[in-house]
Design a protein around this ligand. Structure first.
Ligand SMILES: C[S@@+](CC[C@H](N)C(=O)[O-])C[C@H]1O[C@@H](n2cnc3c(N)ncnc32)[C@H](O)[C@@H]1O
Length: 273
């Protein structure tokens, strides 16, 4: 692939989903492009580019291409100190506030949820933390740009190797193992979570969230993309709501609408304005 061709695809992918491919990742992009081109029976990069950018079948192929370039690495209770912060600080504060306001309603969004370990970990934390949870109106929206990974997430079916990060107690309590050695998350956890396709490059128009998790997604975005994304999250959150980002990510230089809350290495950001 020539550098002109690389730049064409880099811009197309950036404009479509915000993922910014640096030149040093060109081999990865080239590899995925070749697979898709082979599948479509197209042998030249330029022809494939024009196919992607023209007509309905092209835009469907673009969704598939973007799906194929996503990196879906995740695990249960990833960055445990953040879940401790959620359990011991964020949820107690929000629950108290809601009770004072006479409203037993919680809305949480796991944005870039991958194969579901993150939203299911949030759901387990809620089940473990909120007394008489059945009296609450709770919904966790779990979204991703990859339709393939959303299908996996929705099944709630995991291999033993994918249970990494899960305590034995939670495994026994919330999973059922079948004779093939697969683990199924139980209905109590599952019914708290609703999966949906959403591209974080755009505003989904949803408002009124108490908590947003968007972890290890911004690392693939450039500075401008991150600023816009964080601003959209601030608009989607209620005042006093919390944003959780990845441990290698920061809000520094991105937004002044949040205040950092830190406890035992667990970090979250409270929406102040
Ligand atoms: C590395 S995974 C992180 C999963 C989980 N949040 C965690 O921290 O374990 C990043 C996820 O973000 C999704 N993603 C990347 N760009 C996106 C976009 N523009 N809109 C929605 N999801 C996106 C990918 O498909 C992938 O599943």
């Amino acid at each position: 692939m020539t550098s002109e061709e690389f730049n064409l695809f880099r811009t197309l992918i950036y404009d479509t989903c915000g993922i910014d491919f640096q030149q040093d990742k060109s081999f990865l992009l080239e590899n995925r492009l070749r697979k898709r081109m082979q599948h479509c029976g197209i042998s030249s990069y330029i022809k494939y580019y024009y196919y992607l950018t023209g007509g309905l079948t092209g835009s469907q192929e673009l969704i598939t291409l973007v799906d194929s370039i996503t990196i879906n690495e995740t695990n249960f209770f990833r960055n445990r100190p953040q879940f401790d912060l959620l359990e011991t600080f964020v949820l107690p504060e929000l629950i108290l506030k809601k009770k004072q306001e006479g409203e037993k309603r919680l809305r949480i969004w796991s944005a870039g949820c991958s194969s579901g370990q993150e939203p299911y970990s949030i759901a387990i934390t809620l089940l473990e933390t909120i007394p008489f949870i059945d009296l609450w109106d709770i919904k966790i929206l779990a979204s991703d740009i990859s339709l393939t990974i959303l299908e996996v997430a929705q099944t709630g079916r995991y291999l033993e190797t994918q249970l990494r990060g899960l305590e034995q107690e939670h495994q026994d309590k919330y999973f059922l193992k079948n004779s093939n050695g697969e683990y199924f998350i139980n209905e109590r956890v599952k019914k708290l979570v609703a999966f949906d396709y959403h591209n974080l490059k755009h505003d989904n128009g949803l408002r009124g969230f108490d908590i947003i998790f968007c972890r290890n997604v911004m690392i693939y975005f450039d500075q401008t993309g991150c600023i816009n994304l964080v601003n959209r999250f601030a608009n989607s959150l209620l005042l006093g709501g919390y944003l959780f980002i990845g441990h290698a990510e920061t809000l520094k230089g991105l937004s002044t609408r949040f205040k950092m809350v830190c406890q035992n290495k667990g970090i979250a950001y409270r929406k102040e304005t």
